[in-house]
Design a protein around this ligand. Sequence first.
Ligand code: GLP
Length: 254
Amino acid sequence: MIFGHEDRGIDMKIFKTRDYADMSRKAANLISAQIILKPDCVLGLATGSSPLGTYKQLVEWYKKEDLDFSKVSTVNLDEYRGLNKDNAQSYYYFMNENLFSKVNIRKEATFIPDGADPNPERACAAHEEVIKRLGGIDLQLLGLGNNGHIGFNEPADEFIKDTHCVNLTQSTIDANSRFFESIDEVPTQAYTMGIRSIMRARKILIIVSGEEKADIVREAFWGPVTPKVPASILQIHRDVTLVADAAALSKAPL
Ligand code: GLP
């Protein structure tokens, strides 16, 4: 189901899906359309549980020869600071495991902030440089953190523009501890694309699933635009699509 939006003053396409599987298929459809229309596109990619089903669907369509990643380039939103590429919790590992090793993308065309680089200025500047060199992002896929974060842009007093090193909030550390053996192993810092780096993407696709995100969905897309809810900035992007399941939209004034 797609909703109109201008009447609420929000320039956003909203697809309400039945459930997570339906959300994943819809998101994969939108990403496929991008790849088909522009085979050498630049995709901005995300990690977390939200995009897993989307990546799985893209891999299936690749296997059926409906999709070709040979000319696609990708940049990822973020990476934990201090994790090496071979660490199973690194986003580098996640991306290889869930997408890159399963499709015909050129490894050298995939870019993730270098979490192993202890120098934040160098690692972040290098990532900004990559995005620039690729000519910007055509389609940026995003998940939504429980506290409204996008990438690892945590709630703050101001929007931080460029790729930067961030101190993760306790709520993010708690939420992400489910992927680690113990909470002490969760890194406390990450390198993340900034708000301007994200907002410069020509199109944005944000996917959200589950009732536990219903409050933050309402705040982010129907509340005021504020750095206290980083995703709220998406309300002023000119081409943003929200694909969310009925549970995540259960508190939205639709
Ligand atoms: C992590 C990632 C985000 C992601 C968010 C939500 O912190 N850095 O990019 O969107 O968590 O994760 P999930 O999709 O697992 O709820």
